[in-house]
Write a protein that binds this ligand. Sequence first.
Ligand code: ZN
Length: 432
Amino acid sequence: MIWNTDYETLPRGDIAGLQGERLGRLVDVLYRRVPFYRKKMESLGVKPHDVQGIADVVKLPFTTKDEMRDVYPYGLLAVDLKEIVEIHTSSGTTGKPVVDAYTAGDIEVWAEVMARTLAAGGTTRHDIVQNAYGYGLFTGGLGVHYGARKIGATVIPISGGNTKRQLAILQDFKSTIVTCTPSYSLFLAEAAREEGIDLGKVGLKAGFFGAEPWSESMRAEIEEKLRALAIDIYGLTEIIGPGVATECERQDGLHICEDHFYPEIIDPETGRVLPDGEKGELVITTITKEGTPVLRYRTRDITYLDHSPCACGRTSVRMHRVLGRTDDMLIIRGVNVFPSQIEEVVLKFEGVEPHYQLVVERRDQLDELEVQVEMNERMFSDEIKNLERTERSIEADLYATLNIHTRVRLVEPKSLARSEGKAKRIIDKRTL
Ligand SMILES: [Zn+2]
C-alpha cells in the first residue's frame, strides 16, 4: 500500500525540481543562521546563490559525526530554541551524543515518513503494532509510534526488552505487526519456542526491522520463524531517526523518502560522488528539516543506489540493503570484510542457527578470523566427523566469497551472548 501517492509516485523530473527548490531554501537558512555551516561554506568559497538546483549539492561541504559531536548540544540549531518541541540523541557510548532537535514541523514530517514506512509493509488502521524499539532518547520507539498513530493503527508501546512480557502481549493482544532489531526478533522467536508458543498461530503479518545491518539469509530465517513478512527499514538519529528509507512488499531495495532526504553515494576515501550501482558510503542532506538540518551527512553505511522503476509503482530511488558500516568493516590481511557478508554465507547451511560471532586475532603478524556459529540441537548431537565436515565446507564457501581463509567453529546451542538491542558481532583482539 502506498501511503502518499502524491509524493511517493512523483515523476522523476518533478522530484529533482522539488529537491532543488528545497535545497536552495535550506542553504539560505543555514548560511544566515548556523555559524557552523556558514564557516564551512566560506572555507569552500560557496555562497547560497551558487546553489541553483539539486545538482549543485556537490559544491556543499560534508558533515561528519565527529563535527556534530563537537558542537554539542545546540551548535546545529537553525531555529530559536523555543521552536523546538522534542529532542532525541544518539547513544553517546563512544563520546558526546549527537543531538536531533525537532520543531513541530519536523515531528509532522517524521510521522509522515514513518507512516509511509509502515504502510509499505502493509500496515493499516486495522493493525495492532507491538513496538519493541526502545522508547526514550533513542529515536526508534517514538519514530514508529508517531507513524503508527498517523496511520490510525493501534500502538502497543511496550519498548525494548522484557521478553516474557513481549510474548504474553503478542498472544493476548493478538499483535499483527512487530517492530524491533532483526537480532531481537530471533531472540523472541527462540524464547517463544522454549515456552512452547507457536508463533505461527499468533497471527503476525509483518515485522519492521532496522538499526543494524542484516542479510538475505537472516531474512529467510526470520520469516520462517515468525511466519511474517520481514521488512528492512533504515534511518539514523543524525538525519531524523527511522523513516529515511523502507522496503516495499517487493523486498527489493529500500525506497528513500527523497522529497525529504537527498541521497548520494561517495567514495569514502576521496569524497567523489559515485554513479548508480557502485558501492560506496551513503551521504544524506535533510532538505526539509527545520530544527537541526544537516548538509551531506556521511552516514558511514555502505550501499549503492538504483534509480530504475520499482514494480510497486513508487518512483523514488532505492538503496540496496546496507552492506556494512565503514566502522564495522574488518580488514583481514588487507581484504575488506563486512559481518553481513559472512552472515549471508554461513546461514545458508543446514543445522546452523542465526547466532554468530567473529573473533579476529593477530598471530605471527598475520590476521586470523574465527567465525563462531551456533548449531541447532540436532546437529549438536551429530557425530564429530560430520560437524568437522560442515565446518570445512563453510570455510570453503567463505573462501569462495571473501577470498580469505577463515576458521569456522560450530559452537553449542545458546552459547553465544544474546542482545536485546543491537547485536555485537565482532571481537577484535587486535585492538583490545
Ligand atoms: Zn517498491
